[in-house]
Design a protein around this ligand. Structure first.
Ligand code: SOE
Length: 383
């Protein structure tokens, strides 16, 4: 820490995730009473011109064109990794070895081996580390976990998790990095399936211990991407091979005895960001859909579902924001994770989800791929 009240942040990458993380760094101190104030010190990207423009727009004081320079800087104590998965391990390990705290976008890495190396680096480091599964910080999802912990739905029997999007349903949508195995590790599986695995484990307190899976790639070739921004892109006339899954479906067993089904696809026409969770217990059920993210549905004692509007001041994170009923959005989930991360860094607590939690999700993804390659055979998640 440069002094008692400020902590310097360096962020690598400025595309969709970089923009939403920047928004979180900018706003967190205005809404939460924090033990430290983040200073948006440096943004790193490969193109000088583009990185300068992004830094000016997003509020970063300085730039680097090589992340290796960023992790060496004395005015950086936290490194925020918002790049595609193929660089997570190298950047995170270098930053931890340089004594920095690290927050890294999900999935933690592209392979189990990379994730294991990151966990080892985190264990040897003085800095704190966290993987950015932001949906844990949706107030309704945090409230669902609270209900489970309070025993309000009893013993958990079923977990039903879906993440449905449709942004690549057009066969002419270009071959962006999220559709390339060497950059993204996997397709819908790692990009959005990882979120529902983490959310299901977080809410239930149970791990996925085995899976039976199938994956599919519907569109095998796409136009090469010329430009991309957010989830939009333009393509050229040349085409390239899609090397990841378009959809991943799996059933699984959870460590506490529940059975679970997971569905991750970017081909669900009409579903924009339908990250859904339904949990059925012996006493009641909980249901959530991100497309109505301020609502949690609760059924108790054999009754039908009732809507809880998760906008009350005593609901997780909500008290810092607006009066009841005014609601929060996607970006707030990132502000909440940055708030929790800063508090952990300032107090010396271990942030959650840790790199070890990220590795655990990575092992589930790997088991899904093994099962799918082996004709959906039931496959244990390795420890
Ligand atoms: C694209 O599918 C994407 O941007 C994911 O990469 C994010 O993790 C998710 O929050 C929204 O969708």
């Amino acid at each position: 820490m440069s002094d008692r009240t400020t902590i310097g942040v360096g962020m690598v990458g400025y595309a969709f995730m970089g923009r939403v993380h920047s928004q979180a760094w900018r706003s967190v101190g205005a809404f939460f009473d924090l033990p430290v104030a983040p200073r948006m010190a440096v943004l790193s990207g490969r193109s000088k011109e583009r990185t300068e423009a992004a830094a000016a727009q997003l509020g970063w004081a300085d730039i680097e064109t090589d992340w290796r320079e960023l992790v060496k800087r004395d005015d950086v104590q936290i490194v925020d990794i918002c790049t595609p998965g193929d660089s997570h391990a190298e950047i995170a390990i270098a930053a931890l070895q340089a004594g920095k705290h690290v927050i890294c976008e999900k999935p933690l890495a592209n392979t189990v081996a990379e994730a294991e190396a990151m966990v080892a680096a985190a264990a040897a480091a003085t800095g704190k580390s966290m993987v950015a599964f932001n949906y844990r910080r949706v107030p309704a999802i945090a409230l669902a976990r609270r209900y489970v912990e309070e025993g309000r739905i009893g013993e958990i029997r079923h977990v039903r998790a879906q993440y449905l999007q449709d942004w690549i349903v057009d066969p002419e949508f270009p071959l962006v990095w999220r559709l390339q195995k060497d950059k993204a590790g996997s397709g819908a599986l790692g990009d959005i399936g990882a979120h529902i695995v983490d959310a299901a484990q977080f809410v239930t307190g149970q791990n996925v211990v085995g899976v039976s899976a199938l994956t599919e790639t519907f569109i095998k070739e796409r136009p090469l991407a010329t430009e991309s921004a957010g989830l939009g892109a333009t393509g050229s006339s040349a085409r390239g091979e899609v090397t990841v899954d378009d959809a991943a479906l799996f059933i699984g067993r959870m460590s506490g005895g529940a059975v679970a089904s997971f569905e991750a696809t970017r081909f669900a026409n009409g579903r924009k960001n339908a990250m859904r969770l339904e949990i059925n217990g012996s006493l009641g059920s909980l249901a959530f859909d991100f497309e109505a993210m301020n609502e949690l549905w609760f059924s108790a004692n054999g009754g039908g579902f009732e809507r809880i509007l998760v906008t009350e001041p005593d609901h997780p994170y909500v008290g810092a924001w607006w009066p009841p009923g005014h609601g929060l959005g996607y970006e707030h989930t990132f502000t909440h994770e940055i708030k929790d991360f800063l508090e952990a860094v300032a107090t010396g607590a271990d942030p959650s989800p840790s790199f070890a939690d990220g590795l655990r999700v990575q092992r589930v993804l790997e088991a899904v791929e093994r099962s799918a390659a082996d004709g959906s055979r039931y496959t244990n998640v390795e420890d």
